[in-house]
Design a protein around this ligand. Structure first.
Ligand code: IMP
Length: 420
């Protein structure tokens, strides 16, 4: 059976904890988009990890973790994460790397720094946009190229000669050579070279053999390159359609789709965010929720939950259940607000606007709910929650059109209400 875990907001929904929890029962865990821009926080046997690339399956010795074709991989970071998890486990994680996954090379970060769009959008500076641009321009370097070192050097040299024409003033690019870059890529890739291959075949063979496959999404629906708040988006497909194109399996195979929804909204970087709170309530959410980027350390913008945006994310991902995260962060608020519609140009709208400019002009219409005072960290069943928390969860379930199969009431794996 296959299960997908997908972000329903602007990323940082707490997917790390959820995939880590579900990966326990998986034979194969497949990450299908993004690169080191993602930061998944999880606690494994009491040790806190902030991973960027390696799928959560790496924490379970019997599970194979696949880095699929929709990803862009920075091998030096992968190597670091691989070694840190190997030390933690006392054995090496089992990885499978798609031969058609693209690699992030050192020049991608340089281009992002000097190119300018990074500042406009507030990107993570990880070379993500330039790596996906190379993929679309058909000048990218792929994991499979590592298996043919002579061709690898030739391809990097060809790319460098074009880059020197585009960025004639960059001393860093001028100094790079195909030989030098290939050598460091191959050194970083050394533990993985025998694990590079046909990932779609590996996954579909696994499914045919009855294996449990878990798909791990990165970022969230509203950052999707095609369906997000363009241009304030990432460069990959973060929704269910991204999973399909990265892994190429029929929709019917993924029966369970878990949309991860944080109990409030956050966004990092630039772009419209109707429910943003720039007052002390926003600051309180940030402090209590520890809303600082895993990748960049930046403060996240915080605000109330937005059902207009979540309904839209629900249309994109069609979740069979949601995982509601960080509900405990809302303890102690006298009043909780839920955005149920927008006022846009004198009208009340319930559909998420198509353009970032319209979204920017949208003013939230809120429904208020009473909060709760008592700690919910010990709740293990829905009925353990105070009635105010149950009402809040039910309103979100209604908005997303899916039941809350998981409710997270603390960072540790056991601090979860499981109703799947
Ligand atoms: P990029 O993915 O680094 O190109 O950044 C594009 C936009 O997506 C920026 O606003 C980033 O802050 C945002 N972004 C990218 N990855 C994540 C993530 O994992 N969580 C939250 N925001 C992200």
């Amino acid at each position: 059976m296959a299960t997908a875990v997908l972000g329903m907001q602007w990323g940082d929904e707490g997917k790390g904890k959820i995939v880590h929890l579900l990966a326990r029962d998986a034979d194969i865990v497949v990450r299908f988009n993004g690169g080191t821009n993602a930061g998944h926080t999880l606690i494994d046997r009491g040790v806190k990890f902030g991973t960027h690339l390696i799928p959560a399956g790496a924490f379970y010795p019997r599970t194979v973790s696949v880095l699929a074709g929709g990803m862009v991989i920075d091998l030096s970071v992968l190597r670091e994460e691989f070694e840190a998890i190997s030390d933690h486990l006392g054995s090496r994680p089992r990885l499978f790397i798609a031969d058609n996954a693209h690699l992030v090379l050192p020049y991608h970060r340089i281009i992002e720094r000097i190119g300018g769009t990074g500042r406009l959008i507030g990107t993570t500076g990880q070379g993500i946009g330039p790596a996906y641009r190379d993929k679309a321009a058909r000048v990218g370097i792929r994991a499979g190229d590592l298996l043919e070192p002579d061709l690898l050097i030739e391809r990097i040299d060809r790319r460098l000669s074009l880059l020197r024409l585009t960025y004639p003033d960059s001393a860093e690019i001028a100094e790079m050579t195909g030989n030098g870059l290939a050598e460091s890529l191959l050194a970083d890739a050394e533990p993985f070279l025998s694990s590079i291959g046909d990932a779609p075949r590996f996954v579909s063979d696994g499914l045919s053999a009855g294996k449990e496959v878990l798909f791990e999404g990165a970022q969230g629906a509203l950052l999707d390159l095609d369906y997000g708040t363009y241009p304030y988006v990432t460069s990959s497909s973060t929704t269910f359609s991204g999973l399909r194109s990265a892994v190429g399996i029929p929709t019917a195979e993924v029966a369970e789709r878990i949309g991860v929804v944080k109990g409030y909204s956050t966004r990092v970087g630039a772009g419209p965010f109707p429910t943003e709170l720039t007052d002390e309530v926003g600051a309180l959410l940030r402090d209590r929720g520890g809303e600082y980027g895993v990748t960049t350390g930046r403060s996240r913008r915080c605000g109330w939950i937005d059902l207009v945006a979540l309904r839209y994310a629900g249309e994109l991902n069609d979740p069979s259940a949601i995982a509601l995260t960080k509900l405990d962060v809302l303890t102690g608020f006298e009043e909780l607000k839920v955005c149920v519609a927008y006022r846009l140009d004198g009208r009340t709208v319930e559909r998420f606007p198509r353009s970032a400019a319209e979204l920017d002009r949208s003013v939230p219409v809120y429904q208020s709910l009473p909060g709760w005072e008592e700690s919910i960290a010990g709740a293990r069943t829905f009925d353990d929650l105070p009635v105010e928390a149950r009402n809040y969860v039910e309103l979100i379930e209604e908005g997303c059109g899916a039941p809350a199969g998981l409710i997270s009431v603390g960072p540790a794996p056991e601090e979860t209400i499981v109703r799947l």
